[in-house]
Design a protein around this ligand. Structure first.
Ligand code: 6PG
Length: 237
């Protein structure tokens, strides 16, 4: 596990974009699971502004680690956010974009998306393998859409599960722990003071760290990177 701390989210976006460019440049094809929420927006803006003509997008396939069960036109949609901040600004083949259909019946979509992953990803350890899984972390220590009140979903034998947001009750389709921990590399992008207490507990393995799904991120490859800003890292710096 490596922890990289930068002064602010702009520098996190800069440094992660460089990391992604170098990582993808080493490969013939790179299968990437994207995170949702708000943190990736600035990273996607940076990729769109500085790497649109540099990155060979033909060699990149995008998937999502989780999606809110809403139509792709809804402001809550992770796909919509990604399309607005990145996909609409780069020349990537549409067949390289594998979105979770949030508008479908969640339990069927979890099955359908599991089949999409099996079809498109190489299988290592009898499990589909992403080259890179990008994760965020909630103030409650959740990651992807595996929340503390449903932490059992992490150990599901299925590749994708239907989850429920603890406050809104909104359904989510999320990849599970077996897929995340089978990835070649996993990167956390976590910025802002509201994340600092969970970062301190999880990285310090203190207090209630075992209750937080983000603690369970332990790729068998050993390649786990945290990109943090000073605010999120204030308890560990
Ligand atoms: C989602 C995410 C989720 C997100 C965290 C952090 O769909 O909401 O994938 O896991 O990464 O909730 O969200 P913020 O970046 O908005 O703080």
């Amino acid at each position: 596990m490596k922890i990289k701390v930068y002064k602010d989210k702009e520098q996190v976006a800069d440094e992660f974009s460089k990391y992604l460019f170098d990582y993808a440049s080493e490969r013939d094809i790179t299968h990437i699971a994207l995170s949702g929420g708000s943190t990736p927006k600035i990273v996607f803006d940076k990729l769109a502004s500085d790497y649109a003509d540099k990155m060979d997008w033909q060699k990149i396939h995008f998937y999502w680690g989780d999606e809110r069960c809403v139509p792709p036109t809804d402001n809550d949609s992770n796909y919509k956010m990604t399309a607005e901040h990145l996909l609409s600004k780069i020349d990537i083949p549409s067949e390289n974009i594998h979105r979770i259909k949030g508008e479908k019946v969640p339990v069927y979509e979890a099955d359908r998306y599991s089949a999409v992953l099996k079809e498109n990803l190489p299988e290592i350890n009898a499990i589909p393998q992403f080259d890179l899984v990008i994760l965020g972390m909630g103030d409650d220590g959740h990651t992807a859409s595996i929340f503390p009140h449903e932490i059992h979903l992490w150990d599901s034998q299925r590749l994708c599960e239907v989850a429920t947001h603890p406050d809104s009750g909104q359904n989510r389709v999320s990849i599970t722990g077996k897929l995340i921990n089978n990835a070649k590399s996993v990167v956390f992008l976590v910025t802002g003071a509201s994340k600092a207490s969970k970062i301190t507990e999880i990285i310090g393995r203190q207090k209630d760290f075992e209750k937080y799904p983000a603690t369970l991120v332990r790729p068998t490859s050993g390649r786990l990177l945290w990109f943090l800003d000073d605010s999120a890292a204030k308890g560990i710096a």
